[in-house]
Design a protein around this ligand. Structure first.
Ligand code: HEM
Length: 179
């Protein structure tokens, strides 16, 4: 089955960046990016084609602390959407089963590293950087002049000036899984 054949445009996946419980994970991710990645990933699984070049679920969600309950919550949103779209029940069940295959890769109680060539690489904390080309702080948007120091978030690449680096609230906003 190809999703488009049934006029279903993966509505649950489209919704989750806007849901209040799921939105914090999508900080710094555009809705368009989330839609196109999900669409490409699931349509490959459903059609057997190979057009998806994004991350596989373990690495895509490695830093996200997602409980079984939150996973079920997201599934319930998805269920509601496909039901409203009139997806036949037997296809609906197959779709759910597909998502279930990824539960054990996505649900976890602590952040994981990225798996590369079978080795898990974990990046903790922030790296200290000396600014070589003047830029703007991703926290407060003030100028970071050449030669000043900043702290870089290893996953997002966001750079913070000395003042922002001391403000946990700003840093936490860039990483909802941070303790
Ligand atoms: C509560 C459950 C889930 C949450 C909170 C969640 C959250 C996210 C977020 C925030 C991203 C964007 C990552 C980025 O662009 O850096 C993402 C990407 C993605 N998710 Fe999920 N997701 C969930 C469940 C699932 C499930 C069940 C699947 C598969 C069936 C899935 C497949 C994907 C894929 C394929 C990507 C794109 C990876 C890439 O960026 O290359 N997600 N997810």
């Amino acid at each position: 089955m190809h999703p488009r054949e049934h006029g279903v445009r993966l509505p649950g996946a489209y919704l989750h960046p806007k849901d209040p419980r799921l939105a914090p994970f999508f900080h710094n991710v555009t809705v368009e990016r989330a839609i196109s990645k999900q669409f490409a990933f699931l349509s490959d699984l459903l059609s057997g084609e190979r057009h998806y070049f994004g991350l596989q679920p373990f690495n895509a969600h490695h830093w996200m602390i997602i409980s079984d309950e939150l996973f079920d919550y997201r599934e319930a949103i998805f269920d509601g959407c496909v039901q409203r779209q009139g997806v036949p029940e037997h296809l609906h069940r197959r779709w759910r089963a597909l998502h279930e295959q990824f539960r054990r890769e996505i649900v976890k109680s602590a952040a994981r590293g990225i798996l590369m060539d079978g080795v898990e690489r974990v990046h903790h904390g922030f790296s200290l950087e000396v600014i070589e080309v003047a830029t703007v702080c991703d926290g407060c948007f003030s100028e970071m002049v050449e030669g000043s120091r900043g702290r870089m978030h290893p996953r997002t690449g966001q750079l913070y000036c000395g003042a922002c680096a001391a403000r946990p609230a700003i840093l936490a906003a860039s990483d909802p899984a941070a303790p």
